[in-house]
Structures are given as structure tokens and as C-alpha cells.
Design a protein around this ligand. Structure first.
Ligand code: KIV
Length: 287
């Protein structure tokens, strides 16, 4: 049985820290689930780590549906949350309802995530009333990168910290089942976590959030464009892959690969018949 948003909330109630990780394909999703990760986010961070864009703006709903349907296909227990991309939910509540429904029906996710606080709360309320589990995302909102002028930490002065508290309260009141808090000072992450009943999932929001979310490629050292401050590298898989690929190339160039172990044999009589055949019976001329 797949984890549900209720299990997610029970983890906060029981004081069990929640681990969340992004995944975008069959291999990463299988590995995340095998590692016991209870919740997987098919995030629009795929724009950077899969598609090679600088920011998530070019990611479309069809892209997320494509990747999320792979992740739901190969997992059975993790809660799968699909990200609603830039401008797929802020035009109107109707647009948000329609696109969230596509993500749930076509990709099979159990919940959707969207960015925004007070401004988007009425939309969250409509979605929740319609039966769509919604995870909010406040603090640094990468889809607003061009408005904010970069991927900058938020809530560092009194006014913006108070706004973040209002945002957190608004999304909870609207019915969000959880909230991602990105790139805010740790004491503010703690303050929000203590004031909310729903789980807070931090990414660069300090150790006191109810859970943490990280990008698969960041923690494994698969993404080298930059290392976000909020990331801890648990492996340097990118370096291992590069070393392996260099060895593969060297083996091909030196004829060390393939050997008989990686080759298919042929029965002696078949080979003898081929070798003694008249050249005119063979379609390709030997050089
Ligand atoms: O798109 C994403 O992966 C995210 C997480 C980093 C929170 O929004």
C-alpha cells in the first residue's frame, strides 16, 4: 500500500522526521523507494538536472506528467507528489483544478505541489475542496526567479519573515497537507514549524523542520553546474561515472573490451559452413 498524505501528517504527529527526495526516472525512483524514502517529489528541478536549463521556467505540465508517470509505474509504497510547473495554476483556480487533475489522472500521482503563500491560498482551498491533496511551497520559489532576481534566500528581514509566517498560516488554513519551505533562515524554519500543525519540509530551512527534501542529483554528486548551499553530498557518483566511462573508452581503444565473456559463440559446423561457402552465396563481399 502506498503512503498517503495522512501517513505523512501522522509522521509529524508522531515526531518521526520525514525524508523526501526528488526522482524523475525509473532507476532513481526504484533506488529511492528501495532506500525507504517515504515520499518522492517529481519536481520541476528536472528542468535543471535532466533538461539542462538554468531555471525551471521552461518545464511544462506534459514534461512533469511524462516523468511522474514513470515514477508512479515503478514504485509501490512511496507517496508520489507531482510538481505543477510555472503558470499552470496561477491563471485561475479553474486552471489549477484542470491541470492538477491531469497530473493525478494521467501520471497517477497522489498529490500535487505548487509555489506560493497567501496569494495562492484561495486556489489551494478550491483544489482541496475538489479532493486534490496539495502541498504548498513557500520561501524561495524558483518559478519566480526572474521577479526575485535570482535564487536567493528569503525571510531575512522582519517584514519578509512576517510575510512568510502569513504565507505558512494561509496555506495551512486553505487545507494544504504539508508545506515545503525553501532557503529561509533556520530560526524562521523552526518558528514556522512550531506554529503549524501540518508538516514542514525544509530545503535550506534548517534542522527543525518536520522533514527535509533534497534533489537526487545534488546529494549524489550528479549535478555539477553548482552545489546549492542547502545540499550535503552523500556520494560523488558523477566522478565515479566519469572514471568508469574513461575506462570503457580506454578498453575499447586498446581492444581490451569486449572479450569472450561479453561475446556470443557459434557452433563449429555453422562457422565451417560459412567459411567454406562460395563468395557469391554471401551477400557482403569480404575486403
Ligand atoms: O522542483 C523541486 O525539486 C522542488 C524541490 C527542490 C523542493 O521544488
Amino acid at each position: 500500500m502506498r503512503n498517503t498524505v495522512r501517513d505523512f501528517q501522522k509522521m509529524k504527529a508522531d515526531g518521526v522526521p520525514i525524508t523526501m527526495l526528488t526522482a524523475y526516472d525509473a532507476s532513481s525512483a526504484r533506488l529511492a523507494e528501495a532506500a525507504g524514502i517515504p515520499a518522492i517529489l517529481v519536481g520541476d528541478s528536472l528542468g535543471a538536472v535532466v533538461q539542462g536549463h538554468e531555471f525551471p521556467i521552461p518545464v511544462t505540465l506534459d514534461h512533469i506528467i511524462y516523468h511522474a508517470s514513470i515514477v508512479t509505474r515503478v514504485t509501490t509504497t512511496s507517496l508520489i507528489v507531482g510538481d505543477l510547473p510555472f503558470m499552470t495554476y496561477s491563471v485561475s483556480p479553474e486552471q489549477a483544478l484542470t491541470n492538477a487533475a491531469r497530473l493525478m489522472q494521467e501520471a497517477g500521482v497522489s498529490a500535487v505541489k505548487l509555489e506560493g503563500g497567501e496569494f495562492i491560498a484561495p486556489t489551494i482551498q478550491r483544489m482541496v475542496q475538489a479532493g486534490i491533496p496539495v502541498m504548498a511551497h513557500i520561501g524561495l520559489q524558483p518559478q519566480s526567479v526572474y521577479q526575485v532576481g535570482g535564487l536567493k534566500a528569503q525571510g531575512r528581514d522582519v517584514d519578509s519573515a512576517k510575510q512568510l509566517l502569513r504565507d505558512a498560516e494561509a496555506v495551512q488554513s486553505a487545507g494544504a497537507f504539508g508545506v515545503v519551505i525553501e532557503a529561509v533562515p533556520a530560526p524562521l524554519g523552526e518558528m514556522i514549524t512550531k506554529r503549524l500543525e501540518i508538516p514542514t519540509i525544509g530545503i535550506g530551512a534548517g534542522p527543525h523542520c518536520d522533514g527535509q527534501v533534497q534533489v537526487f542529483h545534488d546529494i549524489l554528486g550528479l549535478f555539477d553546474a553548482f552545489i546549492p548551499r542547502h545540499t550535503r553530498r552523500y556520494a560523488t557518483i558523477g566522478d565515479s561515472i566519469k572514471t568508469a566511462l574513461e575506462q570503457y573508452r580506454a578498453d575499447v581503444e586498446s581492444h581490451a573490451f569486449p572479450t569472450a565473456d561479453q561475446s556470443f559463440s557459434m557452433k563449429k559446423d555453422v562457422l565451417a559452413a560459412l567459411e567454406s561457402a562460395d563468395e557469391s552465396d554471401l551477400p557482403i563481399e569480404s575486403h
